[in-house]
Design a protein around this ligand. Structure first.
Ligand SMILES: Cc1ncc(COP(=O)(O)O)c(C=O)c1O
Length: 426
């Protein structure tokens, strides 16, 4: 399969995207914006990327026109093992067929999953399940406000689409976010200054333990950053929340908190926890989580459904038995090393970030804004060679990416940078 792709794609012609475009045109009259948010063509290279997928398997996806790609977007994070991983999907199918998953009362898998999370995640003494990452971050904020009796929130990173944190403010009364203050990842001084001003009214600081702002390089924590933020929450008696929606079950089975050795009071997980099945988890210290017993409300029709809980149990089991995160890290490290060497040799101003888990090739801004053209050209060439990476969002390595996939990808990164160099830099 890889060889076919190589022969076919080295020609790097524009892809046939006819059916994608037909569906897209049709969708404009059906769905506002045709497709949802970050899936819209302007987040890729319009006219070059597919818009609708047909199916996926392992580390590959196929669009509706039959183009097959090695996919590094991994559904924006949930795919940690691979698409249609039989063991996980079969566990859920069996649950649906033999027991059912949507009931008026709770099934036992809730307890099983919490017991498992307690063995893995340092901050987990108790847990509550929701459906999405946004549900989980919003629950964590509400618990913190309930626990401390304070209102203000310091935040850093993307935490979802809810009123208190979303960037696009349309439709949201300012009173719903005016107590929320944003700081920059790795800028401890900024957090300190904000706490000096607001500390006594701050309920929590929520931060992604790995820095991954949209369209910017991925950052690992500077020595002392996470520890410093934690010390400030202790000083001002507020709750430290790690938003591990992307880093959880990817950087380490115990989250980035385990990897970096800093334990928050509360943390939230989602995406990779169930290899694509929808689940979010809020975990934390018992005394804080117990706010959910009475003072703080959390309930929704679908939150207790067991399909995703069963998927999470099966995903964790698979990953433990196959040492999947160690495999991903090893593959990702080799990939990162090769890409860094390729960029250095290429003569194209580009950066690699994201370490072994979240690979991202970015183009540093220049005064003439040439970087935008370099970026467009690079990602155009790459998608034509059937490597699916996102121009504005880091990618992910999954367990099913083969060594052959990764080598093909680095070859195509080298070729695409050369295309960019020839077109813009000679
Ligand atoms: C760090 C982080 N937190 C929260 C969210 C929101 O999760 P969801 O999209 O599942 O609501 C995301 C989604 O990308 C995320 O990356």
């Amino acid at each position: 399969m890889g060889n076919n792709i190589k022969k076919e794609l080295k020609m790097a012609e524009k892809l046939n995207l006819k059916k994608s475009e037909e569906l897209y045109n049709e969708a404009w009259n059906l769905v506002p914006g045709a497709v949802a948010g970050i899936r819209r063509p302007y987040n890729f290279v319009p006219g070059e990327y597919p818009i609708f997928f047909e199916d996926g398997k392992g580390g590959r996806v196929t669009d509706v026109d039959g183009n097959e790609y090695i996919d590094y977007l991994c559904a924006y994070g949930p795919i940690i093992i691979g698409y249609r991983e039989e063991e996980i999907d079969n566990a859920v199918i069996a649950q649906i067929r033999d027991k059912g998953f949507c009931f008026s009362l709770t099934q036992k898998y809730q307890n099983q999953l919490v017991k498992k999370l307690k063995t893995l995640i340092p901050s987990c003494e108790m847990a509550a399940f929701v459906k999405t990452g946004s549900d989980a971050t919003t629950t964590a904020i509400r618990i913190s406000r309930g626990y401390t009796g304070k209102t203000k929130v310091l935040r850093c990173g993307y935490h979802g689409w809810h009123d208190w944190c979303v960037e696009v403010k349309g439709g949201i009364p300012s009173k719903l976010y005016e107590d929320v203050y944003e700081f920059h990842y790795n800028d401890l001084q900024e957090v300190e200054d904000l706490m000096k001003e607001h500390g006594n009214d701050v309920a929590c600081i929520i931060v992604t333990p790995v820095g991954h702002p949209l369209a910017h390089e991925v950052e690992m924590p500077k020595p002392g950053f996470l520890e410093g933020v934690k010390a400030l929450t202790e000083k001002y008696n507020c709750v430290l929340i790690f938003d591990e929606i992307r880093s959880g079950f990817r950087v380490d089975m115990g989250g980035a908190q385990k990897y970096f050795g800093v334990t928050p009071d509360v943390s939230v997980f989602g995406k990779a926890l169930a290899n694509g099945w929808p689940i979010g988890a809020v975990v934390g210290k018992e005394k804080i989580m117990k706010m959910l017993e009475k003072e703080v409300f959390l309930s929704s029709t679908f939150f207790p459904n067991s399909d995703a809980q069963v998927a999470a149990l099966a995903t964790i089991d698979f990953m433990e038995r196959n040492n999947a995160l160690a495999v991903i890290k090893q593959k990702g490290e080799a990939f990162a090393k090769r890409v860094i060497e390729i960029i250095e040799k290429s003569g194209v101003p580009a950066n690699f970030s994201g370490g072994p888990w979240m690979p991202f090739i970015t183009f540093p801004a220049d005064e003439k804004k040439l970087y935008k053209e370099l970026r467009n050209e690079f990602y155009t060439q790459l998608i034509r060679k059937k490597v699916f990476l996102q121009p504005y969002h880091h990618g992910y390595i999954c367990y099913r990416h083969t060594d052959e996939d990764l080598i093909y990808t680095t070859d195509m990164i080298a070729d695409s940078l050369e295309d960019v160099r020839k077109k813009y830099l000679v």
